[in-house]
Design a protein around this ligand. Structure first.
Ligand code: PXG
Length: 459
């Protein structure tokens, strides 16, 4: 690799001189320099100093089969040699997106059998938004074009993704969102449940916020509701089990489409292939990306339910939408091999029956009792740890988010990569983690919490 001719310092200098990173304060980054990850294997990543770090985030919620999979590299190599690129416009196709679509139709919930490809989750959500609006126009109801989303939702960073999302700082920089998108309360019991309110009742109340928004706009104006089954970037907010079936019931009652954003939850993370199955609902569209290729190639797939697909096909007329890399043959070849690995190794079942329950128990046993921890929660292999100043009152350290960053920095120094979002620590490890890896992670996080506690006592 050519980078080996450069020292770490040189790479950091060049990075600072020329590379604008995503979601970054560039002034601050230029003062600290970036951590340069050079290679990875199994559950570990390695930085340019050779430090081994257990990757508790699977990259960015994506490397579900872990690092160093020769089979994926070989699938890409073979496809690049045979046909590196051809488009799927103008009545053309290539074999790998054809076969991947068949495979996805087999894995997806029964009523879902069509796929639209892009290269990122953001692109797939742009497609989803355009598609549901197009659907209602084809049905002769173009005024039914509003979309209901949630506060703190993350649906990507393009203009449509940001507009669908409910991240306030992102909206502030947008200079005008895509019109006719509103945001309602999120199902986040830890902060929003009323004193004495049961989990079940809170879920029903949070779903009622969707109904209120439909009624406020008028059901004849609302195209769809969109949500992440478990809010990921917003802090692994796991809704009560009562929430999604109630949201689905409300959507059906008012003839509003249900769009599920499974960019993080898709392909096994919650212990089923899709979280739609975990929560027992039948969405009209399912946005997927990330773990579709385990991050080895950029690829997204919008899975389209039969209701929407039937209208699109039966009514005809061109849908003026698509990307150069829609159905990229190399990305699709890698996705096919990745899904084969997940199936062959039984990773989804393993999360459901073994590592998921063990992960929940380990977080509870080793971390929930810590003085800094207000709550631990998890579903499958995604989890969160709430950092608080006072367990009983749920009071946070100020300034907001500062304590979690201290925990995160100690964790990384302990060889444990995890993410801090606000005052919540997030874990979303590769699905290849075993019970031993979970124990190792908990040990390192517990140590990081102790060190952070010492720092915070001094403040
Ligand atoms: N939907 C969801 C639910 C996501 O989590 C996207 C859409 C957009 O995907 P692309 O491929 O366009 O990035 C995402 C992406 C974080 C973080 O800090 C999360 C994401 C991306 C970047 C950072 O947790 N999720």
């Amino acid at each position: 690799m050519t980078y080996q001719n450069y020292s770490l310092k040189q790479l950091q200098q060049i990075d600072a001189a020329h590379h604008l990173h995503p979601f970054t304060d560039h002034k601050e980054l230029r003062e600290t320099g970036s951590r340069i990850i050079t290679h990875a294997n199994g559950p570990f990543i390695y930085d340019a100093d050779g430090t081994e770090i257990l990757d508790g985030m699977a990259g960015l919620w994506c490397v579900n089969v872990g690092y160093g999979r020769d089979e994926l590299a070989e699938a890409a190599y073979a496809q690049m040699k045979e046909l590196p690129y051809y488009n799927s416009f103008f009545k053309c196709s290539t074999p790998t997106p054809v076969l991947l679509s068949k495979k996805l139709a087999e894995l997806a919930p029964k009523h879902v059998s069509q796929v639209f490809y892009g290269s990122s989750g953001s692109e797939a959500n742009d497609t989803a938004l355009r598609l549901v609006r197009h659907y209602w126009a084809l049905e002769g109801r173009p005024e039914k074009n509003r979309v209901i989303s949630r506060k703190s939702a993350y649906h990507g960073s393009t203009i449509a993704g940001t507009s669908l999302g409910g991240m306030e700082p992102m909206h502030k920089q947008l200079g005008g969102a895509v019109p006719n998108i509103v945001h309602v309360m999120m199902p986040y019991a830890y902060e929003l449940a009323l004193p004495g309110e049961s989990d079940h009742d809170f879920g029903i109340r949070a779903a009622k916020a969707v109904e209120d928004a439909i009624l406020e706009a008028g059901a004849d104006k609302v195209a769809a509701f969109i949500g992440e089954p478990v809010m990921g970037a917003g802090g692994v907010k796991i809704p009560p089990m009562s929430y999604w079936p109630e949201v689905e019931r409300i959507c059906r009652k008012y003839d509003v489409l249900l769009m599920l954003d499974e960019v993080i939850t898709g392909y096994g993370r919650t212990g089923e292939w899709f979280a739609a199955q975990t929560f027992g609902i039948e969405p009209d569209t399912i946005t997927t990306a990330k773990a579709l290729t385990s991050g080895y190639q950029p690829l997204s797939a919008l899975l389209v339910g039969d209701r929407v697909a039937k209208t699109l096909v039966d009514k005809g007329g061109e849908f003026y939408h698509g990307y150069t890399y829609s159905g990229h043959p190399v990305a699709c070849a890698v996705a096919l091999k990745n899904l084969e690995i997940i199936e062959r190794e039984g990773l989804v079942e393993r999360v459901k029956n073994d590592t998921g329950p063990y992960f929940a128990q380990a977080l509870q046993e080793h971390l929930a009792g810590h003085r800094l921890v207000g709550e631990v929660r998890s579903i499958g292999l995604m989890g969160a740890i709430e950092i608080v100043k006072d367990k009983a009152t749920k009071e946070r350290y100020l300034p907001s988010g500062s304590a979690a960053v201290i925990v995160r920095d100690h964790a990384v120094a302990q060889g444990m990569m995890l993410r801090a979002t606000g005052d919540t620590m997030i874990l979303s490890p590769p699905l290849i983690w075993t019970r031993d890896t979970i124990d190792m992670a908990c040990e390192r996080i517990a140590k990081a919490l102790d060190l952070a506690d010492t720092d915070l006592q001094k403040r």
